[in-house]
Design a protein around this ligand. Structure first.
Ligand code: ZN
Length: 340
């Protein structure tokens, strides 16, 4: 077992809706979200005579109330210069268009995250529903479960009632100027297709979004519309890249605590995935279905939402093993996996 050597640089716990200073001109805004994971960390950065906001929250009544209070109170009705969105997940992009409209400001995203938001906000056609159904069925989920998962379609738009209408593109390797400081843009895949992290090399501050978190292993999933994808390879590559940043970097993640110790954290996350891969190499010595793999990795008492995440994540590990030639898949109606 590896020892957690992370340093938590902020001794106090933030309160919902009350911006908390984490560095000069950098404030954490803790916002409620309707998941088991009950919050997201948003960031308010001093930017000239106004502010830049990083990530926006899941659209809900509390988020509207908090933003109304923060914009007039803490931000003193000063101009919002930019609204930066790390990726398309609803807790990050949900309030973006609302904020852009309210503050007459511009949304900044990577192109692929902007387009993925548009796609995720669309109503599924019956054919899309059928392909999604097949994705779960092939993985061995029972028809009753598949039906329940079909009934849950549309959850995304609850949190994102309005996709960003227009935006300015963030490009990997370029810099974004905030308060006359350069924040270097790093774009990664694995958790989402083109997730942006912002790195202030001068001050050794990294706004990491969901790409790296202190206590949670970010979800790495295969989606129904790209069932042969290998997102785990992308995610592991992103960890290698992040591990090259200065180890004194203070990481500002979207969930959980601000921390220092990027090399330790990326190593632990990598080890966790490699442990799961080893477990599956052993487990699939005998042919197994996807559902059996889910139960081996995550148990058999998952909520419906977690079952859908577990399907994507189990498939990500299996597709990784197939890609490196350690696993074979057979079957058409229900996939069967066997270690080579
Ligand atoms: Zn996310």
């Amino acid at each position: 077992m590896s020892i957690n050597k992370l340093q938590y640089t902020i001794p106090t716990k933030p309160e919902f809706g009350v911006p908390m200073k984490v560095d000069e001109g950098v404030f954490l805004l803790k916002m409620p979200i309707p998941y088991a994971l009950d919050h997201i960390n948003l960031w308010l950065l001093r930017d000239g005579d106004g502010w830049t906001i990083v990530d926006s929250g899941f659209h809900c009544e509390e988020a509207v109330t908090i933003w109304d209070a923060v914009l007039t109170g803490f931000c003193n009705d000063e101009p919002i210069q930019k609204i930066v969105i790390t990726h398309f997940h609803p807790d990050h992009v949900g309030m973006a268009q609302w904020l852009a409209h309210k503050t007459n400001s511009t949304i900044y995203m990577s192109q692929i995250e902007f387009l993925t938001t548009q796609m995720a906000c669309q109503t599924y056609s019956s054919q899309q529903k059928a392909v999604r159904c097949q994705y779960f069925s092939r993985f061995g989920l029972a028809q009753a479960e598949v039906n329940k998962l079909q009934d849950r379609i549309g959850g995304y738009v609850t949190g994102v009632p309005e996709a960003p209408i227009s935006y300015q593109r963030l490009i990997d390797g370029e810099s974004l100027s905030i308060n006359d400081e350069a924040w270097h843009l790093l774009q990664f895949s694995g958790h989402s297709p083109g997730h942006i992290c912002l790195n202030n090399r001068q001050r050794k501050l990294l706004i990491s979004g969901d790409q790296v978190l202190a206590n949670i292993s970010p979800n790495v999933s295969v989606n129904f519309y790209e069932a042969e994808a290998n997102p785990l390879a992308d995610y592991l590559a992103s960890l290698s890249s992040l591990s090259t940043l200065h180890n004194e970097t203070i990481v500002l993640p979207s969930h959980g605590r601000v921390f220092k110790g990027l090399q330790e954290r990326t190593r632990t996350l990598k080890e966790g995935h490699h442990k799961s891969l080893d477990q599956l190499r052993d487990f699939c010595q005998q042919t197994k279905s996807g559902l059996e793999v889910i139960e081996e990795l995550y148990g058999n008492r998952l909520s419906l939402f977690n079952l859908s995440l577990a399907t994507g994540e189990a498939m990500a590990h299996l597709n990784y093993l197939i890609a490196i030639g350690d696993m074979s898949r057979s079957g058409d109606d229900v996939y069967q996996y066997k270690t080579n």
